[in-house]
Ligand binder design. Sequence first.
Ligand SMILES: Nc1ncnc2c1ncn2[C@@H]1O[C@H](COP(=O)(O)OP(=O)(O)OP(=O)(O)O)[C@@H](O)[C@H]1O
Ligand SMILES: [Mg+2]
Length: 380
Amino acid sequence: MKKIGILFGQERSFPYALIDRINASGAHGVVAEPVQVGGISLESPRIYDLILDRISQDIPFYRAILKKAVADGTIVVNNPFWWSADDKFFNNVVAKGVGVAVPKTVILPSNQHPPDTTSESMSNLLFPLNWDEIFSHIGFPAFFKPYSGGGWKNVYRVANLEEFFAAYKESGQNVMTLQEEIVFDEYFRCYAIGRKHVHIMRYDPRQPHENRYVQRPEPIDPGLYGRIRNDCLKLTNALGYDFDTLEFAVRDGIPYAIDFLNPAPDADVASVGAENFEWVLSHASQWLIERVPSGAEPVARYHWQDFLASHREPARAALPARPRPGGASGPRRAAAPTGPRTAAPRPSGASGSPPAGAGDASPRGPRRQPSASPDPKGEA
Ligand SMILES: Nc1ncnc2c1ncn2[C@@H]1O[C@H](COP(=O)(O)OP(=O)(O)OP(=O)(O)O)[C@@H](O)[C@H]1O
Ligand SMILES: [Mg+2]
């Protein structure tokens, strides 16, 4: 008998419906149940043939035991090693490499030092940053968001330098990316299962959380549908995710991948709606039933390696450092990347303190979108 375990957090509708669907499928020799786990020793035996992980992004203990489960021969969906290593900036690197459009993106050092480090630890950091280049590359308005994480936490839309620096200051120790805003005509969120089944849903991120999945959606242009489907397959095959959602903002007919690191995607019937729920339930259950007999894959290499190898360019010299005041020579000690110090022209009156309205939902200030409607499912 092959045993499938479902590991989940606060969600209720999807995990229990999935267990019921698998058990009612009549699939010979497959049974599903909620994972039961306590202390695990090095010698603890393998219990599950496959575990679907819906929550280890929030519970490090689970991530640790899932790695051991992989070592013991359990198929874990999604691969806990790769999920631990991945981040959204790297995702954009892979997307570009496999020919999926992404917004122009720059990753920045955190505004505050990481825990237990000081300016002495920043030996290798260019200071000041090349702000002119960064801003002229990305432009305004822009999105300023964590390089890893989810649930719309610490996602800002910044319209100008002043809003950017206020948001940067507020971002503290988070590593953030600054990203070109894609002013979209249409927006889609897609389920991708088993790197082969894709379900494209119209999604309206401007609506409150519970209304974002568009019910009774307009049909999608067939050319656009085909391209988004293909992009979902390229990305999930390159990243190796078997259960994921991928978001696309469409500008001038081109789908730009906005967020595709969601390995425990929202599947709650109350937010996705009955039709999408039925799709994810039937495809997830069928795919898990098909997947479990074939056994674990050896974790030998990363999926994206093959996809990127052909695009590699020779190394280039780093950007030249800016001349330092006083012509410092010898070992360089970079200053702390603390406050919003900038070499770029600042708007008159900008003092580095947040403008009036910063942090509120007003369209003038750096909009802190998540506070309006956090995603309760805590998508990764
Ligand atoms: N470059 C961009 N252009 C336009 N809109 C963007 C851009 N980046 C983010 N957004 C908007 O901000 C929202 C949240 O951003 P993103 O999906 O990257 O964060 P998240 O925390 O992963 O969210 P979730 O967990 O809900 O997927 C997106 O759904 C989109 O509406
Ligand atoms: Mg998102």
